[in-house]
Design a protein. Sequence first.
Lengths: 153, 153
Amino acid sequence: MDNAKFTKQQIEELKKLCGESGIKLTHQRLEIFKELMAVSNHPSAELIYKRLRRKLPTVALDTVYRTLATFDELGLVKKLHLMNERTLFDTNLKVHHHFICNHCRKVEDIYWQRFDSCKLPEGIGEVGMIESRHLEFHGVCRNCLNIGRKDKQ
Amino acid sequence: MDNAKFTKQQIEELKKLCGESGIKLTHQRLEIFKELMAVSNHPSAELIYKRLRRKLPTVALDTVYRTLATFDELGLVKKLHLMNERTLFDTNLKVHHHFICNHCRKVEDIYWQRFDSCKLPEGIGEVGMIESRHLEFHGVCRNCLNIGRKDKQ
DNA sequence: GTTAATGCAAACGGTTTGCAGGGGT
DNA sequence: ACCCCTGCAAACCGTTTGCATTAAC
């Protein structure tokens, strides 16, 4: 895995980005950034916080919230407001949609180019000006389906 | 307006539905139902509560929440979890999507049959079993666009 | 008369805020 | 040295819950 190498490169970019934006690259911010890169795709503030405390035992949850908000402004993450869910933070900045498992709550990225390039519904102009669309799939993920199958046997 | 007549009919249906479900048709439930029918399409619990207090000054907010949850179970309303929004209650039970104005937060119903009957993205089966889809449009509504135009002049 | 529903108050969970003290530039 | 950022604590807001009282059946 040259995951680490990739991360180093990203850290350089973070430093640069902070410099440009006149934002201090504090120890906490750096570590939160590393956690974001290390963790699977849709962490909650809570999850980052828990992991972070292993390295920085005195860090506060609100620092995580503040930092994630800062990163959101910098464009490093995207705040995800899924329905009926706590706020998650998306490190995948490509155009995509989400699948949320009703059973284990896992969130997976869905790519659907045909939808992305699809023209808007007719008469939408009368309603107003569309700036963005948000699409979610809900269901049961492969993994939970398999567990369910086992349970029945 | 024969809105009132229509409402009477609906109240009969509510009585019947409560009877069938073994649920008591209390004064509060009836009045909450009437407010739902009277109010524009996507009320919050708070809005219903405020209006309700004009008739029942001692009613409690949690009663409204409980009643709306009950109505949701009965299929009379649908709980709407829009992203980044408080929970709203939808009295439109037809298949539709939502447009949310970024400016005034108004929610409007969008019909898009071409999407509804569209086949799912390829390879979605690997992710899991889709049970529902949820589509939102965000932008600026006609009304706010016009206000914006006036402001500039 | 039973049982479920209400009102009240207090808890809840995720998130935000005010403030004083500490750390990066 | 400056000011931003942090940690702490407390507030916040929408929503839920436990409990004793009340009202529908």
